[in-house]
Design a protein around this ligand. Structure first.
Ligand code: PMP
Length: 394
């Protein structure tokens, strides 16, 4: 039986990690993999998470099963973080999932139960795992224009035109903030226009928010999402705690499903629990419990917010340094977009050949679509990257 298996396409980013590891050059720079790294190149355990872990170790008396949808306290804490007070609590069903990826997967399965004919619309480009999950499940998939490769900003006219072709009942996947892979984001006015298009077409939004707090701030990064959730009758939200709580390997995420009226919440909640049961039974608990402790304890929450803000401001500083260094070396403003983009990623907008040249000539690793991870830089490597970009003729 196993001999029938065909090789699966290799994950490009994991392949890149392998190449980086095998490169003997001491001054190589990894801008590929999508994890936050501090100036020392370390992905730290956040202080508040470490403190919560210590408290949990003292206080936890059982590791027996939780609920199928995870702990209600985790739902409440995350709903408050992501949605604030934008939606009545009794309209929201929620289930803990293994990471944001698990939430996206469960969202797709919910769509298969509720609206099997739906086409899933994703931005072009999007996080490659969106495409591979949708294809794996065999769901109809369409792309809407998103990135203007000239300006490296959102091609909003193209996006609006494509979204106008969405059919009633279709699902439109939107990045809540810090678009991956481009770094280009919608303004609030553009979010408002997207809402109006979705209302006209009768489509349902699915918002993937994996970087809340990495862009303009915790509240600011959720503002577009909250507008959508408060103005659309229904909305799905897949939120990840991997980045903003630094709990990548704990697999902590949540799917929220907002119904038009509270009457429908019970059956939606039961479907979320059912889907968890079919796929993995109980969701991972450790990360979700730590996140709940951090969000519900004033001191831990304040410390977490302060550290997250240090991370955010640090990345913004690197963006500004890189943009101004490139302006100095190239004598043009064409890299100004790097300071406008938000989150961990920016798409440089160059060819795979020049990305390869950067790697071969300078030991600088980025994904072949020219996505670079800003957090892979520090103050000392920004000038090295800027010089390499200009020398490579990008
Ligand atoms: N959505 C996007 C856009 C992402 O970039 C990521 C992480 N790379 C995720 C979701 C999910 O992350 P995780 O499953 O690790 O929580």
């Amino acid at each position: 039986m196993l001999t029938n298996l065909k090789p699966q396409p290799a994950d490009k980013i994991l392949e890149l990690i392998g190449m980086y590891r095998a490169d003997p050059r001491p001054n190589k720079i990894d801008l590929g993999v999508g994890v936050y790294k501090n100036a020392e190149g370390v992905t730290p355990v956040m202080r508040a998470i470490k403190a919560a872990e210590k408290q949990l170790w003292e206080a936890e008396t059982t590791k027996s099963y939780t609920g199928l949808a995870g702990e209600p306290a985790f739902h409440d804490a995350m709903i408050e973080l992501v949605l604030g007070t934008s939606v009545e609590r009794d309209r929201i069903a929620a289930a803990a999932t293994p990471g944001g990826t698990g939430a996206i997967r469960q969202a797709m399965e919910l769509v298969m139960l509720a609206s099997p004919e739906a086409t899933i619309w994703v931005s072009h480009p999007t996080w490659p795992n969106h495409l591979s999950i949708i294809k794996h499940l065999g769901l109809p998939l369409k792309e809407y224009r998103y990135f203007d490769s000239e300006t490296r900003a959102v091609d909003f006219a193209g996006m609006a035109e494509d979204l106008a072709g969405v059919k009633a009942g279709d699902i439109v996947l939107l990045h809540g903030c810090c678009h991956n892979p481009t770094g280009a984001n919608l303004t609030l006015a553009e979010w408002a226009e997207v809402i109006s298009i979705l209302q006209d077409t009768g489509a349902t939004p699915l918002i993937d928010i994996a970087y809340q707090g990495f862009g303009d701030g915790l509240e600011e990064d959720a503002a577009g999402l909250r507008m959508v959730a408060s103005e659309m009758p229904e909305c799905l939200i897949a939120a990840s705690c991997s980045k903003n709580f630094g709990v990548y390997r704990e697999r902590t995420g949540i799917l929220m499903a907002i119904s038009e009226t509270a009457k429908n919440t019970g059956v939606t909640q039961a479907n979320l629990a059912y889907l968890n049961r079919q796929n993995f039974s109980f969701p991972p608990d450790h990360g979700a419990r730590l996140v709940t402790m951090v969000l519900t304890d004033d001191a831990l929450r304040a410390d977490w917010k302060a550290e997250l803000e240090e991370v955010r401001v640090g990345m913004l500083g690197l963006r500004e340094q890189l943009a101004s260094e490139l302006q100095r070396l190239s004598g043009s403003d064409r890299f100004g977009f790097l300071a406008q983009h938000r989150g961990m990623f920016s798409r440089l907008g160059t060819t795979p050949e020049l990305v390869q040249k950067l790697r071969e000539d300078h030991g600088i690793y980025m994904v072949s679509d020219s996505r670079l991870n800003i957090a892979g830089l520090n103050k000392n490597t920004v000038p090295v990257l800027a010089e390499a970009i200009v020398k490579t003729g990008i």
